[in-house]
Ligand binder design. Structure first.
Ligand SMILES: [Fe+2]
Length: 144
C-alpha cells in the first residue's frame, strides 16, 4: 500500500470514529427524551445538543476536505454520481439540522415544549443514524 493510501485509510478511520462519537451522543440523548427528564434536565439536554452540533460541524468540514474532492474529480462517472448524491443529501440535511438547532436555542424552550422537542429530536436521530450507516456502506469504501 502506498503512503497516500495509508494516509487516506487513516483519515477514513478518523471519520468513522467521529460517526461513533455522534452515535454515542444520540444514544445519550435518547435517555433524556421523556417528559420527566426534559423537565428536570433541560440544561443537560441542551449541552448534549450543543456537543452534537459541534461534532457534526467538525465532521462535515473533514468530509468536505478528505472525501468529496477526490470522489468528485474521479474519472469514474458512477463514483461522481454517488459522491454528488451524498453531498447534495448532506446539504439538505444540514439545512434541516440548522433550522432545528436554531429553534431549540435555549434550555427553557426545550423545557416548555417537551413533546414537540421529543418528536423533532427523534426525527433527527433517525435521519442521522440512517445517513451514517449509508456513508459507511456506500460512500467511504469509494475513497481509496
Ligand atoms: Fe459522515
Amino acid at each position: 500500500m502506498s503512503d497516500t493510501n495509508i494516509k487516506v485509510k487513516i483519515k477514513i478511520k478518523f471519520l468513522i470514529q467521529d460517526h461513533k462519537k455522534i452515535i454515542t451522543n444520540l444514544e445519550d440523548m435518547k435517555n433524556f427524551l421523556n417528559e420527566k427528564d426534559i423537565f428536570e434536565n433541560s440544561e443537560v439536554i441542551f449541552i448534549l445538543l450543543a456537543k452534537l452540533t459541534k461534532l457534526i460541524t467538525m465532521h462535515l468540514g473533514l468530509e468536505d476536505k478528505y472525501v468529496y474532492p477526490q470522489l468528485l474529480e474521479s474519472d469514474d462517472p458512477k463514483i461522481n454520481a454517488t459522491a454528488n448524491k451524498f453531498k447534495n443529501g448532506m446539504g439538505d440535511l444540514g439545512k434541516v439540522y440548522e433550522k432545528f438547532v436554531n429553534k431549540w436555542d435555549l434550555p427553557k424552550k426545550i423545557q416548555e415544549n417537551p413533546q414537540e422537542f421529543i418528536n423533532e429530536m427523534n426525527g433527527v436521530i433517525q435521519v442521522l443514524t440512517k445517513r451514517i450507516a449509508a456513508e459507511e456502506s456506500d460512500l467511504y469504501p469509494l475513497v481509496a
